[in-house]
Structures are given as C-alpha cells and as structure tokens.
Write a new protein. Structure first.
Length: 165
C-alpha cells in the first residue's frame, strides 16, 4: 500500500482518535499532521508491516503523550459542537454528552489514553500495553483509576432522602 492510499483511507479515523485523545480539534489536527509527516519519512518500513494503522496509531499516541510534556497549554474540552470527524464516537442519541467530554478532559493523559484506546479503539489490555509501552497490569490500574474518577464525578449531586415509616 502506498502512503497516499493509507493517508486517504485512514485520515478520518486518525483525526477522530486524536480529537478524543486531545479534546481539542486544532491540537488533534496538528498531532495527526506531525505523525503523518514522520510516517511518510519511514513509510517503506511502516508500509511493509501487517497492520500499518496500528503502528501509526501508536505513533499518534506517543506523539500525544510527548506533546503534552513539551507543551503545557491547557486545552479547551469539546463542547456541544463536535466536528463531523468525531461523528462515529457520538452516542446513539447523536449528541455527545458534554459533561462526559469535560470529565475525560480532566483525566491525566495516561488514563485518558487508556480509556480512549479501550472504549473507542476497542483494544485489549495487552494491545494497549503495547501501544503505551507498559505492562497490562499498569493498563488495568490506569483504567481502574480513570473509571473510579469518572464514577465519582458522575454521581448525582443531590441524594433523595428516603422516607422511613
């Protein structure tokens, strides 16, 4: 497969993935552009792999994680206006849960990457561990902490009193 064919076929998926990771459309576009530039330079080796998309997705994840280390600029979480490139990540209602976007944006970068890789990309713990270059137990720990934080934040603020008779 030629690089141009790969980029044309996988650009929407890479953009969706980058938007979910970064929570910011502009940063996502920058990340994908940087990764595709790097992939083009190494395409002879990447194109020969069984799954070039998995390799480029790993490059994108690593670029996202290192991008945050280099640049400590706060991102603006996605609001109600989600671009068309994220349409596949929206729930069945057709509108993303704005509160969930805000909560995902508040997670530490490793936890957010694990949640996006698990629930958006559908990867298993060993596959996520390979992408993040860590152990599957570390992936499970990140996921557990992220889900616990989301559960705490999603609890109803007002508990209805129970009437005892």
């Amino acid at each position: 497969m030629r690089f141009e064919e790969f980029a044309a076929a996988r650009l929407p998926a890479l953009l969706r993935y980058a938007v979910l990771l970064s929570g910011d459309r502009e940063s996502a576009g920058d990340l994908v552009q940087d990764v595709l530039t790097k992939a083009l330079l190494k395409w002879r080796r990447i194109g020969a792999l069984d799954e070039p998309y998995a390799y480029v997705r790993t490059m994108l994840t690593n670029e996202y994680l290192s991008f945050l280390r280099r640049r400590r600029v706060p991102t603006v979480p996605l609001g109600g206006n989600v671009p068309d490139t994220v349409a596949a990540a929206e729930p069945a209602s057709g509108r993303p849960d704005e509160e969930l976007w805000l909560l995902l944006g508040g997670l530490p970068r490793q936890q957010r990457a694990v949640i996006v890789l698990r629930y958006y990309e559908g990867l298993s713990d060993p596959e996520i561990a390979e992408v993040l270059k860590c152990r599957p137990t570390t992936v499970r720990a990140y996921a557990s902490r992220a889900l616990a934080a989301l559960r705490v934040e999603l609890k109803p603020s007002a508990v209805q009193p129970v009437e005892v008779r």
